[in-house]
Ligand binder design. Structure first.
Ligand code: GLC
Length: 741
């Protein structure tokens, strides 16, 4: 029976695993817990030598089908146990066809779009010979200064959990081992997005209630969706590094959630336990990480060096090794690696050429974009424009259009916004001027890795060159009828090791925007960015603003589709846009306090400006208008444990078809704990023709109404009165009540 054609029965998998395990030496078992860095920048012995003696079970940071087959041949034919390798890489939002960055895909509020995107990413990655991706990244982020906010689904656990499940389904398919799919990896467990000050890698301090009610739900959803692996986070969580944290990896993940897969560390994180001041030395680090439930050591070599000695001197129980090895072998059996260890080297180019891949990327990009402003209905623009200026440092940047986390060796090939507009207006004059360049003040260590950057590094622009570029851009704008400003961030300004204190537009972009606006011509602002930006001046002075994020391979076409009305924007913000970076952490689901905004004695929290968001969570406009009415609850009063349904009607009251995302928020008025003033508990994106009405239905039961109580130290559903709101963003006003007795 071909393991690929039927879902492998657990018993059959277990039997094969036990048979393999029984024939393995201690060294062979330890090898399965070692993931080697396959890139040339990794010091130490060559991978071939370690693999030949069975010292590795997986290789990452390699992206070369021919090389995969070479290393696999050594493992399968020459190593003592002949166990195939798992090849892994960060395929975060596309392999060759690049999709919008995950924060953008979350802005679609459309799990089916996200699932389709990751299924295509998986198909291309598998065709390249990869078996395992280090995605989805599930870290809730409420501090936009944190660079890795770009990789997640924003600030909310309900939206985050929906995106987690959709990505796992996309990557893995209907079952682990499904053809053209890969093993997914829920990362970074857990709490990484709450690093102090948004400073990447800095410590995290989260009370158990926040962890369980806010940061855990996306990870739990990934387990329920059948995710094959987890990755432990780098940082200290309440002073215990996540990679040595038994409570996280054994008590919660396996004990409470029943996770059956295996846990890999983040890069070098096992060895880092010594640097973090947690482990005395490598031997201590290996012992404590494995004991805590960390199965596989990514690239640090600590397990390879110390596990055998720990077992031989009786410090480490062999049973712990066996359990970790079982989990790794089960994934390899399910993935069919024993039957098909090699990859056809001609497959990738056939797969990446499939037309539906780019069309899916264009649709995903369209659906992820958020219309933030459209005063005087400046958008959509007419297609008979004669003279357009496209201005800005990222307007024609392929890397900035694709965003962070490209796979090694990837050459950015995105359609830029400039190219998309020129394609849309073949008969018009479309002039371009970048204006002054933008650069990080402090380069990222990643920018210096050739393998991560195909872009030739340029010398910084001199002030004189920047000034010339500035004036040229203004003059270019002066000649045009309409100006499209494309501003935001370079790909290196968000992602890993890319935190920043300010959320302002980098460089002289706002100055240029003001100079162009002073020409008193129609100006449209398109944002290409990996995080919320404090575009306070633009929000008051630029009539049309489109949040395009980092939209991927088809990004330029998708921006042009929206700007010229071939697509109607329907995205919503998955995270609030603060007015200042220093307002972070900023999130809508916060407690009332004794001085809530609704109170007559409300005390503005800062005397130098209101911390209300520039744009709230869930916000997004459309080219049409909608009405959300007839909110109804199936019962006004229920008992604890019951479930009610909440319905509302949504009507397209405008003249063009469009999508609305109907959102349900609740507030528990009193309880064992103070509860947030609003919490998203349901959403649905609906497409409506002009005049069309649909009914959306949500369910509220114990899992939506209950929570982990800090006061009681366990899950609880209180008997309490609830406010319910349904609307088009987190400020929804259509209200109903529910009493739970
Ligand atoms: C990185 C990241 C993690 C990634 C891993 C392997 O440092 O923290 O997200 O999957 O190393 O590249």
């Amino acid at each position: 029976m071909d393991i690929h054609t039927t879902i492998p029965a657990d018993a059959k998998v277990k039997a094969r695993v036990e048979a393999l395990l029984s024939g393995m030496s201690l060294e062979a078992k330890i090898g399965q817990l070692v993931q080697l860095g396959g890139a040339d920048f990794i010091p130490g012995p060559k991978p071939e030598d370690i693999i030949r003696r069975g010292g590795a079970g997986s290789v990452l940071w390699l992206n070369d089908t021919k090389r995969f087959n070479e290393l696999q041949k050594i493992a399968v034919e020459e190593s003592p146990s002949k166990i195939p390798l798992l090849f892994a890489l960060d395929v975060i939002h596309g392999y060759r066809t690049i999709f919008p960055v995950p924060l953008a895909m979350a802005a679609s509020w459309d799990p089916s779009t996200v699932e389709r995107a990751q299924a295509i990413a998986a198909r291309e990655a598998r065709a390249a010979g990869l078996h395992w991706t280090f995605a989805p990244m599930l870290d809730i982020a409420r501090d936009a200064r944190w660079g890795r906010i770009v990789e997640g689904a924003g600030e909310d656990p309900c939206l985050g959990a929906a995106m987690a499940a959709a990505q796992v389904r996309g990557f893995q398919g209907d079952y682990l081992g499904a053809p053209d799919h890969v093993v997914a990896c829920a990362k970074h467990f857990a709490g990484y997005g709450a690093s102090d000050g948004g400073r990447d890698y800095d410590p995290v301090y989260l009370p158990e209630g926040q962890l369980r009610n806010v940061y855990f739900p996306p990870f739990r959803a990934a387990v329920e969706a059948g995710v094959g692996t987890f990755m432990s986070a780098y940082m200290d969580l309440n002073d215990v590094p996540a990679s040595g944290n038994r409570w996280l990896l054994r008590d919660v993940l396996r004990g409470e959630w029943g996770f059956q897969g295996f846990v890999v560390s983040d890069a070098f994180a096992v060895g880092n336990l010594v640097i973090q001041g947690f482990a005395r030395d490598g031997r201590d680090a290996a012992f404590r990480a494995l004991s805590a439930g960390l199965d596989m050591d990514m690239a640090s070599g600590t397990y390879l060096e110390h596990l055998a000695g720990l077992v031989e001197d009786g410090t480490l129980d062999m049973a712990l090794i066996d359990d970790a090895v079982r989990a790794v072998l089960a994934i390899k059996v399910r993935m069919g690696l024993f039957e098909q260890p090699y990859t056809d080297e001609s497959l990738l180019e056939q797969v990446v050429a499939l037309p539906e891949h780019r069309s899916a990327a264009r649709i995903a990009a369209q659906r992820s974009m958020v219309l933030l402003r459209n005063e005087g209905r400046l958008l959509p623009l007419a297609k008979d424009l004669k003279h357009v200026a496209v201005i800005g440092p990222v307007a024609d940047s392929k890397p900035a259009t694709e965003g962070s986390w490209m796979v090694f060796g990837h050459v950015p090939a995105a359609v830029t916004v400039l190219e998309g507009i020129r394609a849309k207006l073949p008969g018009a004059t479309v002039e371009y001027a970048p204006g002054p360049e933008i650069r990080r003040d402090i380069p990222s260590w990643m920018e210096n890795l050739d393998i991560m950057n195909s872009e030739p590094r340029k010398a910084p622009q001199t002030p004189a060159e920047a000034e010339t570029a500035f004036q040229t851009a203004v003059e270019t704008a002066r000649r045009a009828d309409v100006i499209i400003m494309v501003l935001g961030e370079n790909a290196s300004m968000s992602g890993e090791a890319a935190s920043r204190a300010s959320l302002d537009l980098p460089g002289r972009q706002e100055e240029l925007l003001k100079a162009v606006a002073a020409l008193c011509k129609p100006v449209v602002l398109v944002l290409l960015n990996g995080r919320p930006l404090s575009i306070n001046w633009a929000a008051e002075n630029i009539p049309a603003i489109l949040e395009a994020w980092q939209p991927g391979t088809e990004g330029g076409h998708a921006v042009a589709d929206i700007l010229f009305g071939d697509a109607n924007p329907g995205g919503k913000l998955p995270v609030a846009f603060p007015r200042k970076g220093s307002h972070a952490p900023l999130y809508y689901a916060r407690n009332l306090t004794h001085s809530p905004e609704s109170s007559p004695i409300y005390n503005p929290r800062y005397w130098d400006g209101l911390p209300t968001p520039l744009y709230p969570f869930g916000f997004g406009l459309s080219y049409t208008t909608f009405a959300i009415t007839d909110l109804a609850v199936s019962a006004a009063q229920v008992r604890v444990g019951d479930t009610v349904s909440v319905t509302a009607s949504v009507t397209n009251t405008g003249a063009v078809a469009g999508d609305e995302v109907v959102q349900l928020y609740i507030h528990q008025r009193a309880g064992s704990d103070s509860r947030p003033m609003r919490e998203l508990k349901g959403f649905e994106r609906v497409t409506l023709q002009p005049g069309e009405t649909k009914t959306v239905t949500f369910r509220l039961g114990p899992s939506e109404l209950g929570y982990w109580s800090t006061n009681l130290g366990h899950w609880v559903q209180d008997a309490a009165a609830f406010d319910l709101w349904v609307g088009a963003d987190s400020l929804a006003e259509l209200h109903a009540e529910l009493v739970v007795e």
